[in-house]
Design a protein around this ligand. Sequence first.
Ligand code: F6R
Length: 236
Amino acid sequence: MKIIITEDKASGSKKAFDLFKGSIANGTKVIGLATGSTPVTLYQQWTESDLDNSNLISINLDEYVGLTPDNDQSYHYFMQKNLFDKKPFKHSYVPDGIKAIKDPEGASADYNRIIAENPIDLQLLGLGQNGHIAFNEPGTSFDSVTHEVKLTENTIKANSRFFNNIDDVPKSAICMGIANIMSAKEIVIMAFGDNKADAVQKMVEGPVTEDVPASVLQQHQNVTLIVDQAAASKLS
Ligand code: F6R
């Protein structure tokens, strides 16, 4: 794993954006994207740039079950607002959280087909404080593909900052599995802030274990971790 330590989130996001631009110039066509607070600065830099992504395909990691794309807490909406409105892709895929209400297996199978038809060249990831990647919580099988995830109380609590009421936070999500993520040719994972320091340390230096989903990245051939000094503070 290549590790880049930057002073702060802005410079880390700039590094990630440069990496994206280089990868696109070298032929990357399908990009896996993440939501959450981590990539917001990167997306901002992207929308302010002259990078043309109109020939590229994007595939997002996850979506809440039960939120319509126009719900301002859905990941569809997040991506529209932060990136797609200003920089539309040729096609953007996000899991279908509405189909998943009645048919989570069908919605998951659809998404696995989409990923099989559009192999991911470059996958962007954020890191959960408990080491999760996408909504793959500790204990998720490394062999998992797209599936419905019942969110843990911790994740519901962490995400409740975006909702008026903790009861409004959806209880499940449709999410790419670890095997889908590991199938990407190249992975860029970013983590900023001291609340990520433990997870970064375990991901990089701990044993590869399903108890720390991100530790699986130690087994991928082409991963770049971009962290600020605070998130890197527990690395030896
Ligand atoms: C987002 C996602 C999550 C986040 C992670 C970190 O699509 O799948 O795994 O990357 O929870 O969240 P933030 O960036 O808000 O700290």
